[in-house]
Ligand binder design. Structure first.
Ligand SMILES: Cc1cc2nc3c(=O)[nH]c(=O)nc-3n(C[C@H](O)[C@H](O)[C@H](O)COP(=O)(O)O)c2cc1C
Length: 298
């Protein structure tokens, strides 16, 4: 028996550990390679309506407790990306998309919905691109309109990825749930900055970036815990997970699945290690199914 079998709606994953959006870069082949390296599922880099260059280097700062990135949603655009989706079985693949308004979100969906992937993750939460991301994702009414516009154009899973950079996290999640979202991913990166002592100026070309990795785990856990008390759709926990015990903490706080991002950049075999650690923990505790852990911290 597989103690780690996971699902969102009717979509099944062999384990609840998904690759988070963006960290593996924009190549679909690279993202898919993690399915054979133990990931239960993968989320692609966020795709927009048109190609975007993103910000010039320096756009990533490596700190001892995580990364600050301002890649700036660089991506080849949906028309180019669609060619990669052709004639492939992508049943464990979630496509991340971003736009600045409901109509543009729907337009992206209408261009790729005919391909066979599991669903969409709506990036409503990038902290460092003006007019996109957090600027959409902290307004509950706008999030509701985005989710409705996407749902109207697809029968696949629709997952809203939220930002911790707002006081209105729960309001935004409730708006997404009421509008028909199938799950919530929490969280994207935390708005941050690094100063370069040589120049005496911000280290990233965009000045602001998003903090990820170990430093944000307690923030992400708090968000998941708070969401679990207020919404009924599944929560996908994300932020600073690099060990089986981190994942277990997220399940206890209320996550049904988790995503791994920054940790994958340091160890591409992390999914196998985390799965193994979780299985050993369940066996030691005599628990038959990891889902028994979900929400136990409440
Ligand atoms: C280099 C880099 C690129 C990212 N690109 C995206 C992206 O395109 N879309 C998105 O929704 N999140 C993106 N993220 C955020 C991650 O998916 C994740 O939400 C965040 O890093 C927190 O998880 P972690 O601490 O495990 O990395 C990116 C993160 C990093 C470090």
């Amino acid at each position: 028996m597989n103690h780690l079998q996971a699902s969102i709606g009717k979509t099944r994953f062999p384990n609840p550990l998904l690759l988070a959006s963006g960290v593996a870069g924009a190549s679909l082949d690279k993202v898919l390679s993690f399915l054979s390296r133990g990931a239960g599922g993968v989320v692609t880099k966020s795709i927009g309506l048109r190609p975007r260059k993103g910000y010039p280097p320096p756009n990533i700062a490596r700190l001892e407790f995580g990364l600050v990135n301002a890649i700036g949603l660089s991506n080849p655009g949906v028309t180019f990306f669609a060619k990669d989706l052709r004639n492939r079985n992508l049943e464990r693949v979630i496509v991340s998309i971003f736009a600045s308004d409901p109509r543009s979100f729907a337009s992206i969906v209408s261009k790729i919905d005919k391909y066979s992937f599991a669903g969409y993750e709506l990036n409503l939460s990038c902290p460092h691109v003006k007019g996109i991301g957090t600027e959409v994702g902290h307004i509950p009414e706008l999030v509701s309109d985005v989710v409705k516009a996407v749902k109207k154009n697809t029968k696949k899973l629709v997952i809203a990825k939220l930002s911790p950079n707002t006081e209105r996290l729960v309001d935004v999640a409730l708006a997404a749930e009421d509008a028909g979202a199938d799950a919530i991913t929490a969280i994207n990166t935390v708005k941050a900055m690094v100063i370069d002592l040589e120049s005496g100026k911000p280290a990233l070309s965009n000045k602001y970036g998003g903090l990820s990795g170990a430093a944000i785990k307690p923030i992400a856990l708090r968000c998941v815990y708070e969401l679990y008390q207020n919404i009924h759709i599944p929560i996908i926990g994300c932020g600073g997970i690099s060990k089986w015990s981190d994942a277990a903490e997220f399940f206890l706080a209320g996550a049904s699945l988790v995503q791994l991002g920054t940790a994958v950049a340091y160890n591409e075999d992390i999914f196998v290690m985390v799965s193994r650690g979780l299985s050993e923990y369940l066996a030691k505790k005599g628990i038959m199914d990891y889902r028994e852990l979900i929400g136990l911290a409440h």
